[in-house]
Design a protein. Structure first.
Lengths: 1215, 98
C-alpha cells in the first residue's frame, strides 16, 4: 500500500506553556492540510498554546510504501532524514552527503521522498540541512517528527472524537486480530530557544538569574520557576514553598505538558523519542514497568530508561494502564534528571475509572475532554453523584495544596463518604483505592526515618554538613552517635512479599543556605518507590496532579504499602517532594526484591539481616551469592575539612553542575593517591596508598555475586566498568551479549550477575576521566584463603585456612606481575597462541587535512609499524588487535615514553579540564587493559590495583599479558590504566575484536593477511567473507590548529559562531572524532559557508574520518567502541541500515542507532541485508553521532560508501 | 526410513512409559518438578497419574497465589524432577520470611 503525505517545513512561533513563554523562532513539520490553519491560529494567539503546534506524528503500517512530498518554507535548505526505514539513499536520505545528489529542498522548493516501512516501530525524522548547534539550527528549534509504523492491517482513530486521524501525537490504534491500544508519542527535546512574555529570557525568581534552558516534552514545558511566581504573589497556596507543589493540579490546574489519558487496564504504548540535541535523559513512568526491548520477552524489566539524542524506544507498560493492580489516578512521567525535571520536563498519564463523555469537569471547573473507550474493552461505568470517579471523589480545595490521603498518616483522618464509595473493600493504610497486594501474601514491615546529619566522604575530610539520609528506626541511635557508619539504606525482601513501610520525617523544616544552595523550607518529605505495585493516589510518596499529597510533615509518620509481585531487582526509592533541593545530600536508597525463599545474612557476622549494602543471600535451591549495592552520585555538595566549598556553582541555587562525585557517600580522589614517588601508575595500588575508603566488595574466589547498580543523584550519565569480570547484558536471557560496562542515569537499576573465577583485586570504576579522578572507584576483593570477617557461602566448599598473611600497605610500589606464571581461568589445555608485540610511544597525530593535530599524541602500535609512524610514512590509527575464539593471546607491551614529550610536565593539566584540578605529573609507565576477555586479574588486566602486582611498564621495560578469547564476543575496548589524566585522551586506547574460531583477517585492498587495522575482511570457511569496520569514538581530545593555536572545543567549532554565554560543562570540553580523525565542520564552513553543503564530498572531498567501502549486499559488521574518555553520552547512527539491538538474540528489536556511548562501551552492529540495507542500494551513507550539540559540528561523522560498480582498489568478497 | 521412525516411536514410548511408571510409584510422595513454562517450579505431593499427566497437590511454586491447589503437569513438559522416596535426600524446605 502506498500512503502519501504532503509535509511542509515552516517557521512557527511556539508557545510552550500557559505563562506565555514562547519560541519566536520555532520551526516545525506540518501536514499541508493543516498549514494555513495552524498559521492562522498562531497569528491570533501569540501568547497562548495552539494544539496543532506539536511534533508531526504520522502513521503507516508494516509493509507500506510511504511517499512524502516535502515542501520547504524555511530560509535555508532542509529535508527529512528518516531513521529505521529503508529507502534509496540517492533520493530519499534527506541529506547532501558524500557524492550523493542532494536530497534536501532549497527554500520554496519541494522534493519527493519514498520510504519503505519494513518493520513496526518508531521512525524518527529530522533535518540534516542545518546541523548548527545554535539557535540558528533546525533540530534545536523543533524541526523533527516521527512516522509510527503499526502492525499490518491496523487503523487509527482520534481518542477524543473516535473519528479518523491523519496526524497527531495521540491516537487509538486498532487491528482486526490484536487488542486496540492507546498510542502516545512523547518527544523529549532540550535547549530550544524560549523567551518570556516580555521577549526576554525567562528568569528564575528565586535566584534572579536566567532560568535553566528549555527541557520539555512535545514543544511544551512546565517549569517550577513559573509556577512559583503564583505562590510568591499570593495567588495560590501561599503556605507552600514551591517544589513540593510543582506538579500539583489542585494548586495550579493541569500543566501545559502532555497528559496521556486512558481508562484503567487499557493497553497502551508510549513511543518515546529523544528529539533533542544534547543531553541523555532518563524517562521514568511511575507505577508501570515495561520490557527494555519490547520485542524480546527475555529482556530486562525496567521502569526508567536512559535515552540519548536521536534515540527512541517503545514503552509498552506491562498489564496496561494502572499495571497489575489496576491503579487509578495521575501518574507522573518525567525526565529523572532533577534539573530537567525542575525546569519542566514532565507530564502525566491520567487513568480514569469512570467514563468521560465530555459532561464532567475537573475540580477547578475545567471540562474533562471526552475519551472514547477502546472498542474491544468493557465500557467504564458512568460517573454518578455518589461515585463520581477520579478525581472528583478527592476532598481537595482548588488553589490549595492537595489533601493528605485518608488512613495513611498515623493519627490522621478517616475516609469521607465519597472516598469510601471509591475505595477497595479492604481499604487500609497505603492501599485505599487499589488493592496493591494480590491475595494474602506474607507481610514485611519496615520502620524508616529520614534524618539530617553530617556525612564525611573521604579520608581528607571532605564532608556534607547537611547530609540527609534514610535510616532504619532501630539504627537511629547508632548512626547519630557515630557507632554505625552511614550508608545508603538498602532493604531486602523476597519476591511475593507485601511490604508495609512506616515512614517518619525527622528532618528540620529548613535546608540551610550556603555557597551551593539558597535557604529552602523543605518541610515535608516522601518515600517514592520504583518497580513495586502500589496505590498511586496514596502511596506514591509524591504530590502529582489531582492525587493526594502522600508525603509527611516533620514529626509525623505515614504508612505505605507495596507489593513485590515477582523477583524484580533493586528498586530505587527517594523523596519526591523536594528532591531537587536535597536528594543530592543523600536521600536515596533501594530495596532489593530477592528470589522467594531467600534468606539474608550479614557477610561479616553471619547474623540474619534485612538491610545493608553488602550481604550474603542463601537460597535452598539456587546457588547462594553475595549481594552488593553501589549508588553513584553527582552534585554531591561537599566542603573540605576547612569548610571551603568544593566546586561551588557560580551562584547559590544554580543548577550549573555544582559539587563533586561519590559512591555510597564516599569518594577516593586520585589527587590524594600519588604516593611518595608521585607516579600516577600506582594511584589504585593499596600497597602504596592503602585501601580506598570507597566500597570494597568482598567474596571468596568462585563466589557468585550480584552487583545492584544504581544512581542516587542527580543529573549526569556515568559509565560503570568492572575490570576482569563480565555479565549478561539481558540477565533473563540465555542468548544475551556479555558486558563489562554499563551506562547508568539516575533512577535506573541494573543487576550485574557474575562469578569471580579467581582470587585477586578487581577494579570497579565509573570510568570516565572526571569521575575516576574524583574518586568514584573501588575494588571487588576475592580471597583465596579464609578471612575472619567474611562468612563462606553455605553451598560452596569452605575456603582453605589462612596460611599466608593478608597483604598490607607498604608505601612502596608492588613487585612486577609475572603473567607467564598463570593462565586465564577459562582457558583450555594447549590453546593456540597468538602473539602481538606492542609499543607505546609519543608521536604527533594529524586529525584532518585542515591541519588540526595533537602534537603530543601517545599511541599503541605494533612494533613493526613504529618506524613508519615515527618517520611520517604512516599517520597513526588506534591499535586494533584481533583473536579467535579459543586463542590465548600474548601481548607484549613495551614503553618508550619520554618525559620531555608530555605537554604538562609540571603535572597541571589545564585543558580539557576536570573538576578539582590538582598536581598529577605524567607517568612514564604505561599498561594495556582490555575489557570482557578472560584473564588472570592479578597479572594481565593492565591494572595495578589493590594488592595486585604491578602490571604497568616503565621506559624500556616489557610485560607480556595473557588474554584468553573465551568466545567470539566481538568488540572489546582497550585502554591504558597507568595514567588516566595524562595518557588516555592523547591516544592510549584501541580495540580488541574477538572473532569466531578459524577466522582469518585480510586487507580489503590486497586480500593479504593482516595483523591489525580498523578495516579488514574476515574470512571464515563456513560464514563466508565479512567486511569488518572498527569505529573508535572518542572525545576529550586536545587539538591545536595548523598555526599551533590551541582549539578550545566545543565552542571553537560552533557554526556559525558560539554564543559567548553558552555553558560548557567540564565533560563537554575537548575535541571529538573517530579513530584519531575528526572532520570538524567549522573548517569546512570557513572555506565554503553553506550549511547544506557541509557533508558534501563534491565540495570538500571526502572527510578525514574513515570512509569505509563495500559493494551492495556485502555482509558487514561494524565494531563500535568508546574507550576514551568523557562523561557526555553520545548516540551513533548509520543512515539507511538497521541491525539487531542484541546481535546474539534473534528476538531482539531492530535499531538504526546506539545510544549511551560512554567510556568502556562495546557494540557489534551486524547490518541487516548487508551493505546498502535490505534493498542493497549503492550510495554514500553517513555514520555519525546523534548529538547535534556538539558532536556533529565537532567532526563525529564519516561515510560508509557502497559502490555500484567494481572498483580497481577494492576486490570483491568471496561469496 | 519407516523402520527408523518406528524405532524412534518405540524409544519415545519406552521413555514416556518409564517416566509414567516412575511417577506412579511416587504417588503419595513429595516431588519437585521444573518446567520451561510458567510457573516453572512445583513442589508437592503426587496424587495420581491421569494418562500421561501428573496430578500434583502443589504446596510451593514461585508464586504464592498459585499454591495449595491441584495442578496437572504433562510429562513432556517436565525438564527436571525429583521424587522424595523414603530414605532419599529431602527436598529443601521453602519457607516465606514471616
Amino acid at each position: 500500500m502506498i500512503r502519501r503525505f504532503h509535509v511542509v517545513a515552516i517557521p512557527i512561533r511556539i508557545v510552550v506553556n500557559n505563562f506565555g513563554d514562547h519560541n519566536p523562532d520555532g520551526m516545525m513539520y506540518v501536514l499541508k492540510e493543516n498549514e494555513s490553519k495552524v498559521k492562522e491560529l498562531v497569528r491570533k494567539n501569540p501568547f497562548t498554546q495552539v494544539e496543532l503546534v506539536q511534533p508531526l506524528t504520522i502513521r503507516a503500517n508494516e509493509g507500506d510504501t510511504v511517499e512524502i512530498l516535502f515542501e520547504n518554507q524555511l530560509p535555508f535548505a532542509t529535508g527529512m532524514h528518516f531513521q529505521d526505514l529503508d529507502y534509496n539513499v540517492l533520493t530519499s536520505d534527506g541529506t547532501n552527503a558524500g557524492f550523493n545528489p542532494s536530497s534536501l529542498a532549497e527554500c520554496g522548493e519541494t522534493i519527493l521522498y519514498r520510504v519503505n516501512a519494513t518493520h513496526e516501530g518508531i521512525c524518527f525524522f529530522t533535518d540534516l540541512g542545518n546541523v548548527s548547534s545554535t539557535e540558528d539550527g533546525s533540530s534545536i528549534q523543533g524541526l523533527f517528527g516521527t512516522l509510527l509504523v503499526e502492525k499490518r492491517g491496523s487503523w487509527w482513530t482520534d481518542p477524543v472524537t473516535g473519528g479518523p486521524l491523519n496526524s497527531g501525537v495521540f491516537a487509538d490504534i486498532h487491528n482486526p486480530f490484536l487488542p486496540s491500544f492507546r498510542e502516545y508519542a512523547w518527544f523529549f527535546s532540550d535547549e530550544m530557544e524560549v523567551d518570556d512574555l516580555t521577549g526576554n529570557r525567562p528568569l528564575n525568581p528565586l535566584t534572579n538569574q536566567e532560568a535553566e534552558s528549555f527541557h520539555g516534552v512535545n514543544y511544551r514545558y512546565e517549569p517550577l520557576h513559573n509556577r512559583i511566581k503564583l505562590i510568591e504573589e499570593g495567588v495560590v497556596a501561599p503556605e507552600s514553598d514551591g517544589e513540593e507543589v510543582h506538579h500539583d493540579s489542585w494548586v495550579f490546574g493541569d500543566p501545559a505538558t502532555p497528559i496521556m489519558c486512558g481508562y484503567r487496564d487499557d493497553p497502551a504504548i508510549i513511543r518515546l523519542i529523544h528529539a533533542g540535541v544534547k543531553e541523555t535523559h532518563v524517562f521514568h513512568y511511575h507505577v508501570h514497568q515495561w520490557l527494555r526491548d519490547s520485542t524480546n520477552m527475555n529482556s530486562e524489566i525496567v521502569d526508567a530508561q536512559a535515552i540519548s539524542p536521536q534515540s527512541h524506544y517503545t514503552v509498552q507498560p506491562l498489564y496496561g494502564l494502572g499495571s497489575l493492580h489496576g491503579a487509578i489516578g495521575d501518574v507522573v512521567v518525567h525526565c529523572h534528571l532533577y534539573p530537567h525535571f525542575e525546569v519542566g520536563m514532565w507530564g502525566m498519564n491520567r487513568i480514569f475509572d469512570t467514563l468521560q463523555d465530555g459532561s464532567q469537569c475537573y475540580p477547578n471547573g475545567k471540562p474533562i475532554a471526552p475519551l472514547q473507550p477502546l472498542p474491544d474493552r468493557p465500557c467504564p461505568p458512568e460517573p454518578t453523584k455518589a461515585r463520581p470517579g477520579f478525581p472528583n471523589f478527592i476532598p481537595g480545595k482548588v488553589g490549595c495544596k492537595a489533601p493528605r490521603p485518608p488512613l495513611g498518616i498515623v493519627g490522621g483522618r478517616e475516609m469521607t463518604e465519597l472516598e469510601k464509595n471509591a475505595a477497595v473493600p479492604n481499604a487500609r493504610p497505603g492501599a485505599v483505592f487499589a488493592d496493591s497486594c494480590l491475595g494474602n501474601p506474607v507481610v514485611l514491615e519496615f520502620n524508616v526515618s529520614v534524618i539530617e546529619l553530617p556525612l564525611v566522604y573521604n579520608k581528607q575530610g571532605w564532608n556534607d554538613p547537611k547530609g540527609r539520609i534514610y535510616v532504619l528506626d532501630e539504627h537511629l541511635d547508632d548512626v547519630l552517635s557515630g557507632k554505625k557508619e552511614p550508608e545508603p539504606l538498602v532493604l531486602y525482601a523476597p519476591a511475593g512479599s507485601c511490604i508495609r513501610m512506616n515512614f517518619t520525617n525527622r528532618m528540620p523544616h529548613l535546608l540551610d543556605g550556603d555557597a551551593f544552595q539558597l535557604v529552602t523550607r523543605t518541610y515535608e518529605v516522601g518515600f517514592h518507590v520504583h518497580f513495586v505495585k502500589f496505590d498511586v493516589l496514596v502511596s506514591d510518596g509524591a504530590n502529582v496532579g489531582w492525587n493526594y499529597d502522600s508525603s509527611v510533615l516533620p514529626g509525623e509518620t505515614i504508612r505505605y504499602e507495596w507489593f513485590a509481585d515477582t523477583e524484580l531487582k533493586a528498586f530505587f526509592f527517594h523523596d519526591h517532594l523536594f528532591p531537587v533541593s536535597h536528594q543530592q545530600h543523600g536521600i536515596f536508597g533501594s530495596c532489593v526484591i530477592q528470589p522467594r525463599f531467600s534468606e539474608f545474612y550479614d557477610s561479616k557476622t553471619g547474623e540474619e539481616v534485612d538491610h545493608g549494602t553488602e550481604i550474603t543471600v542463601v537460597h535452598p535451591i539456587i546457588p547462594d551469592y553475595r549481594d552488593f549495592a553501589l549508588f553513584v552520585q553527582d552534585f554531591a555538595l561537599l566542603f573540605d575539612k576547612d569548610g571551603c566549598p568544593i566546586q561551588p556553582p557560580p551562584f547559590p541555587g544554580s543548577q550549573d553542575d555544582p559539587g563533586i562525585f561519590a559512591v555510597n557517600y564516599k569518594n577516593e580522589p586520585l589527587q590524594f593517591r600519588l604516593g611518595k614517588n608521585c607516579d600516577p601508575a600506582y594511584s589504585f595500588s593499596s600497597y602504596v596508598n592503602g585501601d580506598p575508603i570507597t566500597p570494597i566488595l568482598r567474596a571468596y574466589k568462585g563466589d557468585p555475586i550480584r552487583i545492584r547498580l544504581l544512581q542516587g543523584a542527580h543529573e549526569e550519565s556515568h559509565s560503570f566498568n568492572v575490570h576482569g569480570l563480565k555479565w549478561k547484558a539481558e540477565r533473563p536471557s540465555n542468548d544475551s551479549q556479555l558486558r563489562s560496562q554499563q551506562h547508568i542515569g539516575i533512577s535506573e537499576s541494573f543487576t550485574l550477575e557474575m562469578d569471580i573465577p579467581r582470587a585477586g583485586d578487581y577494579l570497579w570504576a565509573f570510568g570516565d576521566e572526571e569521575d575516576v579522578w574524583n574518586g568514584t572507584w573501588g575494588l571487588i576483593r576475592a580471597f583465596d584463603q579464609e578471612v575472619n570477617n567474611l562468612i563462606p557461602l553455605p553451598d560452596r566448599p569452605l575456603p582453605p585456612p589462612r596460611t599466608k598473611p593478608l597483604p598490607k600497605a607498604t608505601g612502596k610500589p608492588p613487585a612486577p606481575a609475572d603473567p607467564q606464571c598463570s593462565l586465564p581461568p577459562e582457558v583450555a589445555h594447549n590453546p593456540p597462541i597468538r602473539r602481538y608485540r606492542v609499543v607505546a610511544f609519543q608521536t604527533p597525530i594529524v586529525y584532518n587535512s585542515f591541519g588540526d593535530h595533537d602534537p603530543f599524541g601517545i599511541i599503541f602500535a605494533l612494533e613493526e609499524d613504529v618506524e613508519d609512524i615515527l618517520c611520517g610514512k604512516k599517520n597513526p590509527e588506534p591499535l586494533v588487535l584481533r583473536g579467535n575464539s579459543g586463542d590465548l593471546v600474548e601481548v607484549t607491551l613495551t614503553s618508550r615514553l619520554k618525559f620531555d614529550l608530555f605537554p604538562f610536565p609540571d603535572g597541571i593539566h589545564p585543558y580539557p579540564p576536570v573538576k578539582e584540578q590538582a598536581v598529577y605529573p605524567p607517568s612514564l609507565r604505561i599498561s594495556l587493559h582490555v575489557n570482557m576477555l578472560d584473564y588472570d586479574v592479578t597479572t594481565s588486566s593492565g591494572d595495578t590495583v589493590g594488592f595486585n602486582p604491578d602490571q604497568t611498564v616503565g621506559p624500556g621495560e616489557t610485560i607480556t599479558y595473557r588474554w584468553h578469547v573465551q568466545e567470539n564476543i566481538g568488540t572489546c575496548a582497550m585502554w591504558d590504566m597507568a595514567d588516566l589524566r595524562n595518557h588516555r585522551s592523547f591516544g592510549t586506547f584501541g580495540a580488541f575484536i574477538a572473532e569466531p574460531r578459524f577466522t582469518t583477517y585480510l586487507d580489503p585492498r590486497t586480500l593479504k593477511p593482516v595483523k591489525t587495522g580498523a578495516n579488514v575482511i574476515l574470512r571464515h570457511p563456513f560464514n563466508g567473507d565479512f567486511r569488518e569496520f572498527v569505529l573508535i569514538m572518542h572525545d576529550g581530545v586536545r587539538l591545536v590548529d595548523k598555526q599551533d593555536q590551541l582549539i578550545i572545543d566545543p565552542l571553537a567549532g560552533v557554526i556559525p559562531e558560539a554564543d559567548p554565554d553558552d555553558e560548557v560543562d567540564t565533560y563537554d570540553f575537548g575535541s571529538r572524532g573517530f579513530n584519531y580523525r575528526t572532520e570538524r565542520l567549522i573548517n569546512r564552513y570557513r572555506k565554503h559557508p553553506v550549511l547544506s553543503d557541509l557533508f558534501s564530498s563534491k565540495v570538500f572531498g571526502d572527510p578525514a574520518t574513515p570512509v569505509f567501502e563495500a559493494y551492495p549486499s556485502d555482509p558487514v559488521v561494524v565494531r563500535l567502541t568508546n574507550p576514551s574518555e568523557r562523561r557526555r553520552s553520545h548516540t551513533f547512527h548509520l543512515h539507511g541500515h538497521n541491525w539487531k539491538f542484541d546481535p546474539r538474540d534473534i528476538d531482539s528489536r531492530i535499531d538504526s542507532y546506539v545510544g549511551h556511548l560512554v567510556p568502556g562501551v562495546t557494540e557489534d552492529l551486524l547490518l541487516i541485508g548487508g551493505a546498502g540495507g535490505i534493498f542493497n542500494i549503492p550510495g554514500d551513507y553517513m555514520y555519525r553521532s546523534g548529538n547535534i550539540r556538539w558532536d556533529i559540528e565537532q567532526g563525529m561523522w564519516g561515510i560508509f560508501r557502497v559502490h555500484d560498480k567494481v572498483m580497481p582498489h577494492l576486490p570483491i568478497l568471496e561469496r | 526410513m519407516i523402520h527408523k521412525f518406528s524405532n524412534s516411536d518405540s524409544y519415545n514410548t519406552i521413555h514416556d512409559q518409564a517416566l509414567e511408571d516412575y511417577f506412579r510409584a511416587g504417588i503419595g510422595y513429595k516431588a519437585l518438578i521444573l518446567t520451561p513454562s510458567y510457573p516453572f517450579l512445583f513442589i508437592g505431593e503426587i496424587l495420581s497419574l491421569i494418562e500421561d499427566h501428573i496430578e500434583l497437590m502443589v504446596q510451593t511454586t514461585h508464586f504464592a497465589q498459585l499454591e495449595n491447589r491441584t495442578w496437572l503437569i504433562h510429562v513432556h513438559n517436565i525438564e527436571v524432577f525429583y521424587i522424595e522416596f523414603p530414605g532419599e535426600p529431602c527436598i529443601p524446605e521453602l519457607n516465606d520470611i514471616a
